[in-house]
Each structure stands twice: as C-alpha cells, then as structure tokens.
Design a protein around this ligand. Structure first.
Ligand SMILES: Nc1ncnc2c1ncn2[C@@H]1O[C@H](COP(=O)(O)OP(=O)(O)OP(=O)(O)O)[C@@H](O)[C@H]1O
Length: 376
C-alpha cells in the first residue's frame, strides 16, 4: 500500500499549460477524487502519477519512493479506465489472468517463460498455472463475478465489464489504484449501484485510490477527500462536507452543488457576525465575520425555509418576503424559484405527501439562519 505525494507538478504540452504547481498529499488507504470540468487537468495529473506522462517539472512520490522518472510498468499502479480496455477475444477469466501471466513471463527464468507460454498457448484446453488460477478465481469471487468466468466481455453488462477491469487491476496487488472516469459509460441507475460496489471493494482491500471524475455527485458520495481543479490548478482540497458547507470560491460552490450566489457590500462585521447589503436588494445577516468590504455570499437552496402560511421563523433568522416564480417537482424535493425584491433565489423544500406544491404567484416568506449565509 502507498501514499501519494505530488510536489510542484507542472505539465506543458507544446506551450499549453495543462498543470500549474499542483501539490497534493494523498494518504495511505484514502479514496481521493480529482473533480473538475473538462480540460481542467484531472487526467493529466493521474497520467503523471501512473507514469504515462512525464512532468515538465515537479516530483511524484509513491510511499517514500520518488517515482518521477520511473517507467510506468515499475510504479506498481493499477489502472481502471472509462472504456474498460478488456481484450474482447479473451474470456473474463483470461482477461484477469493475462497480466499475471505476462508478469510471470518477464520475471521468470527460461523454464518459467516456457511454462507460461505453454499455458497461454493452451488456454483453449483450459490449462492454466494452478497458482494463477487460484488467484484469478479469488479475484473474480471478490468482485462477485466468479459465475461468469467463462463469458466473453461482449456478453457482459457495462457494470460487469467494469468489475472485470477492477479485478484485473487488483489482482496485481498495486500500491495505488487509479480510476479515470470509470463509471461514465454506465446509465444512471447502474452508476449509482457501482459507486457503492467500488467503494465497498476499495474499503475491503484498503487500497489508496485516486478517482478522476467530472461528476460532483460521484466525487462527493464516494471520496474521503476531493480536490477541485480549475484551469490546471487545485482550487480546494477538502472533505465532501467541508467543500459543500465552506467552499473556497464561487467556482467551487457552484461546481459542488446548486447555490444562490450574491454579491454584497459589508455594512458592519465583528465577532457577532456580519450585516450585508445584497447588491440588488435587501439586508441580510451572516454568522461569519470578514475584513473585506465587498464579498460574495452563498446560500444553499435546501438551507432556506419557505412558508406561505402563518408559520413563524426562528428568533434570529433572516426573514425575507417574496413571490414564487416557478415550482418544479423533482421527486424527493420541490424547487421553488422565488423573486425577492430584485433578486431571484432558489429554494428546495422536501416533498411531503399530502402537502400541495405551491403554485407560481404565491406570496411566501423565506427564513434563513445566519449560520447558512456563507461569506467567501
Ligand atoms: N497530449 C496532449 N497534447 C496536448 N494537449 C493536451 C494533451 N493532453 C491534454 N492536453 C490539454 O491539457 C489540458 C488538460 O487536459 P486533461 O485531459 O488533463 O483534462 P481533464 O480535466 O481530464 O478533462 P476531461 O474531463 O475532458 O478528460 C487540456 O487543455 C487538454 O487539451
């Protein structure tokens, strides 16, 4: 098992800067997600760790070993790709056995080489090295595919193919598992169940894992920590809950979930919090303090309470009045777009069976706890 340390990593492609001063420390056994929009440098970071790209400058350590100039096949990284990259003409069993056989071939003496070759040539006769056979069976049982060992990849679902790819990576007992958008080819339902499967397997093996995705829900639901990237730089590295509740910038706030983001002028700020004049309209209080005069303010839609009846706001809450512009039924929640003075706010309310969805035009009150008014 290995931790991964990236120090001052820069990468340029023909004058294009793909990575700029990336510094990361990924702990042993951690499930770490690289998250960001297309082109932000996630895959390049992972390819530098794998050894498929050489850094323009900077260092990469796996455990205490400086692997910056070590060839990919000697870094002990397992890879799982979006495209599965299985051999279509080999069975599930043979796909998983293949890398072990190749390694034994290269590491062995002449006798071992001849024996591995004989086993590989005779695979149609079912002859496989006994030790390899046991390892493959164990790996397939681990990803719950033991019963499909004889199938070809084309006879499996996308999720099953990805589990074969995972077994093939894990059987090599790598120090680090690198996964590049492994769920992107799957439909939404399967993606959700594969998230659970991958996380469960990763925790069982305890392997350090770097997971590249552009899907914030995927990163936030699976990872111990997430690094958000923008334009080749890391913009925030944190736990999912901290990223969500304390985003470092409007970019992060927007990327990791829907937000109401407003510009505001600080009227006063101190230990008791801050009074803000929202640009557009209204005064609002935040529990946080700032020493700046112009700030961005974030309020998550689900942290606003909305009511049309005589319900009371809690003492100390900000209380705003508005009119519903649009109601959208989303299943578990209802999204209300509310006009508040010159501002528009999104409010998410949990759907309760029997309670009506309030129609457009309804006058409502919004109660906002100062603790959820985050100043950037
Ligand atoms: N081999 C290459 N040659 C030239 N430019 C490249 C090469 N690989 C990546 N880039 C550029 O480097 C930047 C980062 O690319 P990278 O693939 O790391 O982004 P990404 O965040 O993984 O995006 P995506 O989610 O679309 O895969 C992009 O501007 C990309 O065009």
């Amino acid at each position: 098992m290995g931790s991964v340390r990236i120090e001052h990593l820069h990468k340029q492609f023909n004058g294009i800067t793909a990575l700029e001063d990336v510094n990361l420390e990924i702990r042993e056994g951690e499930f770490f997600a690289l998250l960001g929009p297309s082109g932000c440098g996630k895959t390049t970071t992972m390819r530098c760790v794998a050894g498929f790209e050489s850094p323009t400058s900077g260092k990469i350590f796996i455990g205490e070993r400086d692997v910056s100039h070590v060839p990919a096949n000697q870094r002990n990284c397992g890879m799982v790709f979006q495209s599965y990259a299985l051999f279509p003409h080999l069975s599930v069993f043979e796909n998983v056995a293949y890398s072990l056989q190749v390694r034994r071939f290269y590491q062995g003496g002449l006798g071992t080489k001849l024996s591995v070759l004989a086993h590989m040539l005779n695979r149609k006769l079912g002859k496989v090295d006994k030790e390899i056979e046991q390892k493959v069976r164990d790996a397939l049982d681990f990803v719950e595919l033991g019963h499909l060992a004889d199938r070809l990849p084309g006879q499996l679902s996308g999720g099953q193919q990805q589990r074969v790819a995972l077994a093939r990576a894990l059987i090599m007992e790598p120090a680090v598992l690198l996964m590049d958008e492994p769920l992107s080819n799957l439909d939404k339902k399967l993606r959700n169940s594969m998230r659970v499967t991958i996380r469960r397997i990763q925790q069982k093996v305890g392997i350090t894992t770097i997971f590249v995705t552009h899907d914030q829900e995927e990163a936030m639901s699976m990872a111990d920590r997430v690094a958000v990237m923008q334009g080749g730089k890391l913009v925030q590295v944190d736990t999912p809950t901290s990223l969500y509740s304390q985003p470092a910038s409007t970019f992060v706030a927007d990327f990791v979930g829907s937000s109401n983001i407003f510009k505001a002028t600080v009227k006063e700020s101190g230990e008791a919090g801050t009074v803000l004049q929202l640009v557009g309209d209204g005064i609002i209080r935040s529990a946080f303090s700032t020493n700046r005069s112009e700030v961005d303010v974030i309020i998550r839609p689900e942290s606003i309470r909305l009511f049309a009846d005589g319900a009371q706001a809690d003492a100390g809450d900000n209380l705003l009045e508005g009119t519903i512009l649009m109601s959208t039924y989303l299943g578990a929640t209802i999204r209300y777009d509310v006009q508040v003075g010159q501002l528009q706010m999104e409010v998410d309310k949990t759907f309760e069976a029997g309670s009506p969805v309030l129609p457009a035009g309804t006058n409502v009150k919004l109660a906002i706890d100062p603790n959820v008014v985050v100043i950037l």
